[in-house]
Design a protein around this ligand. Structure first.
Ligand SMILES: Nc1nc2c(c(=O)[nH]1)N[C@H]1C(S)=C(S)[C@@H](COP(=O)(O)OP(=O)(O)OC[C@H]3O[C@@H](n4cnc5c(=O)[nH]c(N)nc54)[C@H](O)[C@@H]3O)O[C@H]1N2
Ligand SMILES: Nc1nc2c(c(=O)[nH]1)N[C@H]1C(S)=C(S)[C@@H](COP(=O)(O)OP(=O)(O)OC[C@H]3O[C@@H](n4cnc5c(=O)[nH]c(N)nc54)[C@H](O)[C@@H]3O)O[C@H]1N2
Ligand code: SF4
Ligand SMILES: [Mo]
Length: 710
């Protein structure tokens, strides 16, 4: 079967959005299609207001790139990937999936999705796994990203929307505390909102083991010991109690469960909090007084406190604090999580997470199964139950009772997963791997079939940004060669499996209509959103239950989303991480991002200008620690954890804690920071602990010995 490609006439000056992060900057793509494309910021789009970061305006390079995949590739008996026709590639996938399921059972086929996929793709992929493959094992890279904050939001507020208010609300926060996020480098155009906040007299507090560019811009910087954020949250609440800073009326009328929390935090004495977090008692007192007395105050978290084996409890700790101070609900106040991937928000709402169905419905709730099964025209009992989380799914590859055949759409798991050497072995032990991507990457190196798919500016769909604003990704040019869309891949496979009726179209607009019905009545209700309404209103905030509904920019003004309308406090206790420093591995190792690269680097390492600026990962190290080891800038430093070794070049930086080393995770192979990291899981969110590992320095070579690697 071949589906005609949607041909879009080139439209110079086409407005769309950036391919990368959750800020989803509005962009204007101009120039001749297939050549000399330029990308500029869309000054009409109210989130970035014309600004872009360097990744956004260099993304044009990806469109007509020489390394772009344009034909399906199939691994031959010679072990090499060679061009094949779409028919033969799709036929092969279906045959191998069927053989795997016949010999090992339905659950032996798995699917791995992505927060980079549009809502339409995420929806179609989740339906494909549940209806066609009937496997419970579908999960996605958002598990590494948003899952802890999402679980905490659901527990405390009864709903998970990263920011429960528009970014413009930041301006009204007189006190703003950012914990473990570095938005000046990870969501750069957001800095305009912080600048405005400070210009109108607001105070910015940043909590990070490194003095990042974001921390540099703050009035108060708290250099926290890695992994001690939960102790900080409880310690601040202790001080709020002691100094009688609580909003008792808010606690009484809008929340439940505070008494138990009050009892537990009484154990978090300031001296102990100071010892645990490395933040002085006077700084702790100053912080809590500002949050309580200089309101409205806002607390935002990023991946620092979330990517820990206690990530959910940590976020709940900060939500407890915001609720106890009565700082939730009015403009300029509240707790928010800064979402990461382009569609990190929508990606977690529409059914590619192991426990979820579209509209933020839950796969283990009968009423939810019935609604979605009705829309899909299948028996509710035919839908699988909850499957394995991302880390557990990957760890089961090739194992007894594990996954034998896997399809990956939109993630470079070989680079992005903790304990990467172990994941490489797991990928290698698969019987069959399919990767859909626009470029080859470290994961497709293990693939049996690679399918070339279209990129953002060649396709249409909706994305949901960090504010919960649903936006319109518009096509600017048609895809090259034989490239097809992810949606066409799914439809091509489904029809070969005999499910053409359930997957009647690969057109995003058609799929969106079914998707609206599937989400209708769910928490993440998109039923009232249409492409036209998005265009007219510069995006629509969910929930939006019908076409006359204006959308919901602000949640929580009058009520929370639990049945009683109240927010819930949760008792949370500090505990050690999965791999704390000890005598043998005395240093903290943490990871994060450079401004110039995006995630696994699969896309940005293809962009010459970005690679020139940052061609490999550096190791951030405090000058005192460096001196102890005779490390200069550029020295090659071998780092070891209990999982493996990586050699980085040193970058001395007085802004990092002397007990902590930092490296970005944007590179693969021997440069992969994830060789060192560990995957202890949060018991609730199943988030792996990529922000916290114990390491030691085992060797130093001088800068001049830098020879090219073979
Ligand atoms: N340039 C760029 N921008 C991006 C991305 C990218 O790869 N590159 N990726 C996008 C995605 S998917 C995401 S999820 C977001 C992530 O955005 P951020 O959350 O801002 O990014 P990270 O650099 O992962 O982590 C933030 C900070 O956490 C700190 N940290 C480490 N350990 C701890 C700790 O124990 N406690 C505390 N409090 N802080 C700690 C790190 O030093 C780091 O500065 O960025 C998005 N935007
Ligand atoms: N040590 C450490 N590890 C981390 C993190 C960390 O902070 N530290 N952060 C984690 C986080 S927050 C995240 S989000 C992950 C991200 O890491 P990954 O899951 O690897 O995500 P990306 O590198 O963004 O993208 C992966 C691939 O998707 C492709 N792609 C993009 N759009 C599409 C599409 O529409 N369709 C298809 N088929 N392919 C597409 C790209 O070309 C790329 O090859 O990494 C996690 N890993
Ligand atoms: S990477 Fe993020 S901040 Fe940079 S231009 Fe793209 S959407 Fe905007
Ligand atoms: Mo992320």
């Amino acid at each position: 079967m071949s589906i005609p490609l949607p041909l879009h006439e080139p439209s110079p000056g086409a407005k769309t959005h950036c391919p990368y992060c959750a800020f989803q900057c509005g962009t204007v793509i101009s120039g001749m299609p297939q050549a000399n494309v330029t990308i500029t910021g869309d000054s009409d789009f109210p989130v970035n207001r014309g600004r872009l970061c360097i990744k956004g305006w260099t993304a044009s390079v990806l469109l007509n790139h020489s390394e772009r995949l344009t034909q399906p590739l199939v691994r031959g008996t010679d072990g090499r990937l060679s061009p094949a026709t779409w028919e033969s590639a799709l036929d092969l996938i279906v045959r191998r999936f069927q053989e795997t399921q016949a010999s090992h059972g339905r659950e032996a086929v798995g699917v791995f999705g992505s927060g980079a996929l549009t809502n339409e793709k995420a929806y179609w992929l989740g339906k494909f796994a549940r209806v066609v493959l009937r496997t419970p094992h579908i999960d996605y890279n958002g598990r590494y990203c948003m899952s802890s904050a999402a679980a905490a939001g659901n527990r405390a507020f009864g709903i998970d929307r990263g920011l429960p208010f528009p970014v413009s609300d930041i301006v009204q926060a007189r006190t703003l505390m950012i914990i473990g996020s570095n938005p000046f480098e990870t969501l750069p155009p957001i800095s305009q909102w912080f600048e405005q906040q400070q210009a109108s007299g607001g105070t910015l507090i940043v909590v990070d083991p490194r003095r990042t560019p974001t921390a540099e811009s703050a009035q108060i910087y708290l250099p926290i010991t890695p992994g001690s954020d939960l102790a900080l949250a409880n310690g601040l609440l202790y001080l709020a109690l002691e100094e009688r800073l609580l909003d008792e009326q808010f606690i009484r009328t809008r929340t439940t469960g505070f008494d138990a929390v009050r009892r537990t935090v009484l154990a978090y004495h300031p001296a102990e909090t100071e010892r645990r977090t490395g933040i002085s008692e006077s700084m702790l007192r100053q912080t809590v007084r500002l949050l309580a007395k200089q309101g409205p105050s806002m607390i935002l978290t990023g991946r620092g406190p979330e990517q820990q084996s206690k990530g959910v409890d940590t976020v709940l700790g900060f939500i407890n604090l915001a609720l106890a101070l009565g700082q939730v609900g009015q403009p300029g106040s509240g707790y928010g999580c800064l979402t990461g991937q382009g569609n990190g928000q929508g990606g977690r709402e529409h059914g590619q997470k192991a426990d979820q169905l579209p509209g933020y419905r839950l796969i283990e709730v009968d009423a939810h199964r019935e609604h979605v099964a009705r829309v899909w025209g299948v028996e509710p009992s035919s839908l699988p139950r909850k499957g394995r989380s991302a880390s557990e799914l990957l760890d089961s590859l090739g194992q007894p009772d594990g996954i034998n055949a896997l399809m990956v759409m939109g993630s470079n798991v070989a680079v992005a997963s903790p304990d990467a050497s172990r994941i490489a072995k797991r990928l290698d032990s698969l019987d069959f791997l399919v990767v859909c991507d626009a470029f080859l990457n470290e994961t497709s190196a293990f693939a049996d079939v690679v399918l070339p798919v279209s990129q953002w500016a060649e396709e249409e769909g909706t994305m949901t940004n960090l504010e919960g604003r649903v936006i319109h990704r518009r096509p600017a040019q048609s895809p090259p060669g034989e490239v097809r869309s992810d949606l066409e891949v799914i439809v091509g496979l489904a029809s070969r499996f005999g499910f053409g009726r359930q997957f009647p179209s690969a057109q995003p607009r058609d799929i969106f209509e079914e998707f609206r019905r599937a989400t209708s009545g769910g928490l993440a209700d998109y039923a009232g959103i249409t492409y036209d309404r998005i265009d007219e209103q510069q995006g629509i905030f969910w929930p939006c239950p019908d076409e006359n509904h204006p959308g919901t920019p602000r949640l929580f003004a009058d009520r929370f989303y639990h049945a009683d309308g109240k927010a819930k406090f949760h008792v949370v206790e500090d505990r050690p991480g999965g791999d704390e420093p000890d005598a043998a591995f005395p240093l903290y190792f943490t990871t994060g991002r450079y401004l110039e690269h995006y995630n696994s680097g699969a896309q940005t390492r293809q962009v010459g200008e970005l690679s020139k600026r940052r061609s490999k990962p550096g190791l951030q190290i405090h000058p005192e620690l460096a001196q102890h080891w005779s490390i200069d800038d550029g020295s090659l430093v071998m780092i070891e954890s209990r999982r493996g070794r990586v050699e980085f070049f040193a970058e001395r930086h007085p802004g990092i804690r002397p007990d902590t080393l930092f490296a970005p995770f944007h590179w693969g192979g021997r440069d992969a920071a994830n060789i060192l990291t560990q995957g202890a899981l949060d018991p609730i969110s199943r988030m792996p602990e990529i922000k916290l590992s114990a390491v030691r320095i085992i060797g130093v070579r001088p800068p001049e010995s830098m020879e090219p690697r073979t």
